[in-house]
Design a protein around this ligand. Structure first.
Ligand SMILES: [Mg+2]
Length: 268
């Protein structure tokens, strides 16, 4: 990463973490030097042509609506657009909306009181964020590198996604059992628990990671299988929150699923 880009990313992340009290996407202040307050979003979108802006907005809507086939990287021409979306206010506003609507739905449900009403959460880009990693890797412009990403995960410093923490606390208060279902491999269990705890998540009934036999399965297949096992145990999956359609679709689906925004990567 060259110096200019590095500086830009630092300023942007600092801006997210410290400049807006309303900004619920929180980065660990220990990870970054003291902030300089710079507003990022004014700059790049102004330089983007209307055609590119419209094209990239359309692309992002198609991503979120699950209308695209499998994709490996974001479109080159949308690099600045995705960066701006992630670092500006829009991403957080979208996450707040999902959290709020999920909470309204959760509150509308009548729980049976037998302790078997459950809410499933994905982890990455749902409860905690890997945006610091992706800021170093083009916000999805680079092809995914498993080894490098694993190294980041093992640091265990993925910051909390505050709107999701709020929803988590609400469904917990309402009496749902929390089930965490992640595509992370089993060997990341300890660091995942540490990271989640540090991020503010303290209670769950199950934390399900990929075992040895799950390695080759698509996320959709793996998560469907695990949801089936959960329901066979007697749990009723009333809600499911995830940033990938593969968290939500397949079989043994939740009564209602909530898709968090993520234009940076696609997991089939
Ligand atoms: Mg995820």
């Amino acid at each position: 990463m060259d110096l200019i880009r590095s500086t830009t990313v630092f300023l942007c992340l600092s801006s997210i973490a410290f400049s807006q009290e309303s900004m619920d996407f929180d980065l660990d202040p220990d990870l970054l030097p003291r902030p300089l307050i710079i507003e990022f979003s004014e700059s790049r979108l102004k330089n983007m042509s209307d055609d590119i802006l419209m094209h990239c907005t359309s692309w992002r809507v198609a991503v979120e609506a699950n209308n695209l086939g499998p994709w490996k990287t974001i479109p080159n021409e949308c690099a600045d657009y995705v960066k701006d979306y992630m670092l500006g206010r829009a991403y957080n506003v979208d996450l707040e909306k999902v959290s709020k609507e999920s909470g309204i739905y959760a509150n509308s449900l009548e729980l049976r009181g037998d302790g078997m009403d459950a809410w499933v959460f994905d982890i990455d880009e749902t409860l905690i964020s890997n945006l610091p990693y992706y800021s170093d890797h083009g916000y999805g412009l680079e092809t995914f590198n498993n080894a490098q990403f694993d190294k980041w995960i093992l640091e265990g410093v993925s910051p909390v996604i505050k709107p999701s923490l709020k929803l988590y606390e609400e469904v917990l208060r309402l009496g749902f059992k929390i089930i965490l279902l992640t595509g992370r491999n089993e060997d990341k269990r300890n660091v995942t628990v540490t990271n989640l705890t540090h991020a503010g998540y303290h209670t769950w009934d199950k934390l399900i990671l990929r075992g040895e036999n799950d390695r080759e399965k698509s996320a959709t297949a793996f998560k469907s299988e695990k949801r089936k096992e959960i329901t066979e145990e007697g749990f009723r999956i009333r809600g499911n929150s995830g940033d990938q359609w593969s968290d939500l679709t397949g079989t043994s689906s939740a009564s209602r699923s909530f898709k968090l925004s993520n234009p940076m990567y696609h997991i089939p």
